[in-house]
Design a protein around this ligand. Structure first.
Ligand code: ATP
Ligand code: MG
Length: 329
C-alpha cells in the first residue's frame, strides 16, 4: 500500500482552494492508502504570527479537516513530532542555496523586501521535504502551487541517497487534481486564492455562512462580456475561467458541458447557480466544523493520538537517517 503524506498550514481557516486542491482528495485517498495528514504549524511561523491566533487557528483547522471527512487517527500537528525538525536540519545541510533561490513561493511571499524575511521562509522547502520523507511517503496530494517544492524534495532525497551511498528515500509523486488544482482569488484572477491574502473577499472559507458565500460570489470580479459558448472564448479571461473551473470541480461537470448551458448569458444567472452549488456542498462542512469547535478537549485529544501514531512511524526512519549521516547514539 502506498504511503500518502500531506500538510496544510494553520495560517487561517481553510478555503475553497485548499478544499479542491487538497482536502477533498485527502478524504478520498484515505480509503485505500496509508495516510498521514498534518497541520504544519512549524511552517506557519515562517511568516509573522501571533501565538494566540496560531493556537486558535490550529484548533479551527483541526475542526475543518475533521468536518471535511479526514479520519481523526490520521491527523496531527507537526511540532508535536520532533522527527520533522530533526530531518529538516539534515536537509538544510543537503539542499543547495542555488536550488532554494529558484523557488517561486519564496519570491511571491517575500516580495521586494527579501532581506527582512525570516530564514525559515527561505528554507521552508527543506522542511517540507523532511515532512514527507520522514515517513518515506511516496504520494503527496497537493495543489498545483506545490509542484516545484515536490520536485525539490525529490532532488534533496536523491542527493541524500547519493551522498550517503544508499537507496533510502523513495521518489515522491505529487497527486495534483485534474480540475481546480489552482483556484484563483475572487478579487484578482492572476493571484491564487490564499489564506494569507489580506482580503476576506478574495476567498470562500470552510466556515462561511450561506449569506457570506452568496455575497462573495456576487461580488467576485468578472468582465463585462457574456460567457462564451466554447473554451477558446476564455482566453485572457482568468476570472471567468476560475469561476467556471470551481463550478466544474464542485459538480464533476466538464467545461464544455457548463459552457453549453451558460454560454451566451451574462454572469448573473451563472453566479446565482454557482453560489447555490457552493452553499449546498459547503454548508454541511461549516455546520459540522462549528459543532466540533465547541469541544476543544476532544480536538486536542485527536491531535495527541494522531501525533503518537505519527511518531511511531517517523521516529525509526529518522533514527536510521541520522545513523546514515554519522550521528552517534
Ligand atoms: P498560505 O497563504 O498561508 O500559504 P495557502 O492558502 O497557500 O496558505 P497552504 O496551507 O499553504 O494554503 O496549502 C495547503 C494545501 O492547499 C496545499 O496542498 C496547497 O497546494 C493547496 N492550495 C493552496 N492554495 C490553493 C489554491 N488556490 N488552489 C488549489 N490548491 C491550493
Ligand atoms: Mg501556501
Amino acid at each position: 500500500m502506498q504511503r500518502v503524506f500531506s500538510g496544510i498550514q494553520p495560517t487561517g481557516i481553510p478555503h475553497l482552494g485548499n478544499y479542491l486542491g487538497a482536502l477533498r482528495n485527502w478524504a478520498t485517498l484515505q480509503k485505500d492508502h496509508d495516510c498521514l495528514f498534518c497541520l504544519v504549524d512549524m511552517h506557519s511561523i515562517t511568516m509573522p504570527w501571533e501565538p494566540e491566533k496560531l493556537r486558535q487557528q490550529t484548533l479551527a483547522s483541526t475542526a475543518c479537516l475533521l468536518a471535511s471527512g479526514i479520519e481523526p487517527t490520521r491527523l496531527y500537528n507537526q511540532s508535536a513530532v520532533s522527527a520533522h525538525a530533526r530531518l529538516g536540519w539534515i536537509f538544510n545541510c543537503i539542499s543547495r542555496l542555488g536550488w532554494l533561490n529558484r523557488m517561486t513561493q519564496f519570491k511571491d511571499k517575500a516580495g521586494k523586501n527579501r532581506e527582512n524575511h525570516s530564514a525559515g521562509l527561505y528554507v521552508y522547502p527543506n522542511l517540507m521535504a523532511a515532512d514527507i520523507l520522514a515517513f518515506q511517503a511516496t504520494r503527496v496530494p497537493v495543489g498545483d502551487d506545490q509542484r516545484q517544492h515536490i520536485e525539490l524534495a525529490n532532488d534533496i532525497g536523491q542527493k541524500f541517497n547519493h551522498d550517503m551511498g544508499v537507496d533510502f528515500f523513495p521518489t515522491i509523486e505529487p497527486l495534483i487534481p485534474p480540475q481546480a488544482a489552482r483556484v484563483m482569488s475572487l478579487r484578482d484572477g492572476s493571484k491564487k486564492m490564499s489564506k494569507s491574502d489580506p482580503s476576506e473577499q478574495s476567498r470562500i472559507t470552510l466556515t462561511d455562512t450561506p449569506d457570506e458565500i452568496a455575497q462573495k460570489i456576487r461580488r467576485a470580479k468578472t468582465d463585462p462580456e457574456p460567457l462564451p459558448g466554447e473554451a477558446a472564448g476564455l482566453e485572457n479571461r482568468p476570472e471567468a475561467r476560475n469561476l467556471l473551473s470551481i463550478y466544474g470541480a464542485m459538480s464533476d461537470r466538464s467545461l464544455e458541458d457548463l459552457l453549453s448551458e451558460f454560454g451566451g448569458q451574462g454572469f448573473g444567472t451563472f453566479k446565482t447557480a454557482l453560489a447555490d452549488l457552493l452553499v449546498e456542498k459547503l454548508a454541511p462542512v461549516a455546520s459540522e466544523t462549528r459543532r466540533l469547535l465547541a469541544d476543544e478537549s476532544h480536538l486536542l485529544e485527536v491531535l495527541r493520538q494522531g501525533a503518537a501514531r505519527a511518531r511511531s512511524v517517523a521516529d525509526p526512519i529518522v533514527d536510521e537517517a541520522e545513523r546514515l549521516v554519522g550521528f552517534l547514539r
